[in-house]
Design a protein around this ligand. Structure first.
Ligand code: PLP
Length: 386
């Protein structure tokens, strides 16, 4: 007998993003540019659909895979927009946010000793789940290739142990979108490999110029590809907790059980709200994008004007400037910026060791907040450059 806990759970730490935003209580006048959620309210019609569901006592469990009507709406939305289709009956599971989709697919496919390749820097939500499964993360460095995952470099990392490769496109934290020709090269190479492809495209609706291309649209990958999405970012519904996972029926059968034993189903009123989001309110994201583009341009121009080296982001609502010129690591830079400059940003090292030397700024904030935040950043860097 023992009261010790799973050592893998013991290694978990508070996410870096939260470490910084949690510190903010000690700096009540600081400008917070850390959080990755839209600052818009959930669209009125979506809220009303959720309220209606509650009033009509639609508050019980749904089918484990989620309401069929929502699965059908998911398929219609993605097939109309991106030209790929999944069978609502047996290839789509509605999850508690994209987070639970990530958890369910990894727990279904991973075994002890497997390797998962992540292009890095990347969102910090994948590594803990992979490691809790007893698998190992292998990073593909994208810092020398404009944050694009190079097919050649990726191929070198694939071994007998590789079980899966995960892409996040558009990217949190860089805001970069995988270029179509790069994606074509990746698919050409990956179609020959016996590895699962996971694609987290939760920011697809936050694409600011050009089209979003999805890995799911490549037929040659469909038998081994899992598509992760949700309404959190597209419809400003982070607290409603509705995500989607799509993939081949043979494996989705087991994914559905992993999901069912975890949480039975996603919240029913929230599923009703998500139906509204993907049908009558399907154009809300492009309305939000008008605002994001203005903010993106403003923040990018200000950072370039201050002398930061930075890729212009084309999606999501993050920007990832280099701070290498300041001779400090990203944690120290962010700490100093908060304590002395009054602005909270996320140290790049939160997004794997390959994010070291950068900071992530979220521009899911009003123009007024962004202006004040960037004025403070400008003042701060002048003091540390002296
Ligand atoms: C890339 C990425 N995937 C998944 C998630 C989690 O989404 P959800 O709130 O739907 O669980 C986030 C949240 O920030 C994210 O940035």
């Amino acid at each position: 007998m023992s009261l010790s806990i799973n050592p893998r759970a013991n290694t978990l730490t508070v996410p870096g993003i939260r470490q910084f935003s949690n510190q903010l209580v000690n700096f009540p006048n600081a400008i917070n540019l850390t959080i990755g959620q839209p600052d818009f309210p959930t669209p009125v019609a979506v809220k009303e659909a959720g309220i209606r569901a509650i009033e009509q006592n639609l508050t019980g469990y749904s089918h484990n895979a989620g309401l069929l009507e929502l699965r059908e709406a998911v398929n219609t939305f993605f097939s109309n927009k991106y030209g790929f289709s999944y069978d609502p009956q047996n290839e789509i599971v509605i999850t508690n946010g994209a987070s639970e989709a990530i958890d369910s697919i990894f727990r279904t496919i991973l075994e002890e000793g497997d390797e998962v390749i992540l292009p890095a820097p990347i969102y910090s939500g994948y590594v803990p789940v992979i490691e809790l499964c007893g698998a190992k993360v292998v990073y593909l460095d994208t810092t020398e290739t404009g944050f694009q995952p190079s097919a050649k470099n990726l191929e070198r990392l694939i071994t007998e142990k590789t079980k899966a490769i995960l892409f996040n496109n558009p990217s949190n934290p860089t805001g970069v979108i995988i270029q179509k020709d790069t994606m074509d090269e990746l698919v050409q190479m990956l179609k020959e490999k016996e590895v699962f492809i996971l694609t987290d495209e939760i920011y697809s609706e936050n694409t600011f110029s050009g089209e979003h291309h999805s890995f799911a649209a490549y037929k040659e990958l469909q038998h081994k590809l899992f598509y992760i999405h949700g309404v959190s970012k597209s419809h400003s519904m982070t607290g409603w907790r509705v995500g989607f996972l799509m993939g081949p029926a043979t494996i989705m059968k087991q994914v559905m059980l992993v999901h069912a034993y975890n949480s039975i189903c996603a919240s029913l009123p929230a599923q009703h709200a998500a139906i509204e989001a993907l049908t009558n309110s399907k154009d809300t994201p492009s309305e939000m994008n008008v605002e994001y583009v203005k903010r993106r341009d403003y923040v990018y121009n200000r950072l370039v004007g201050m002398g930061f080296s930075v890729e212009k982001p084309n999606g999501a609502f993050y920007i990832f400037p280099s701070i290498k010129a300041f001779g400090m690591n990203s944690f120290d830079f962010a700490t100093k910026l908060l304590q002395e400059g009054g602005v909270a940003v996320v140290p790049g090292s939160t997004f794997t060791p390959y994010g070291e030397g950068y900071i992530r700024i979220s521009y899911a904030y009003s123009m007024e907040v962004l202006k004040e935040g960037l004025n403070r950043v400008e003042k701060f860097i002048q003091t540390i450059q002296k």
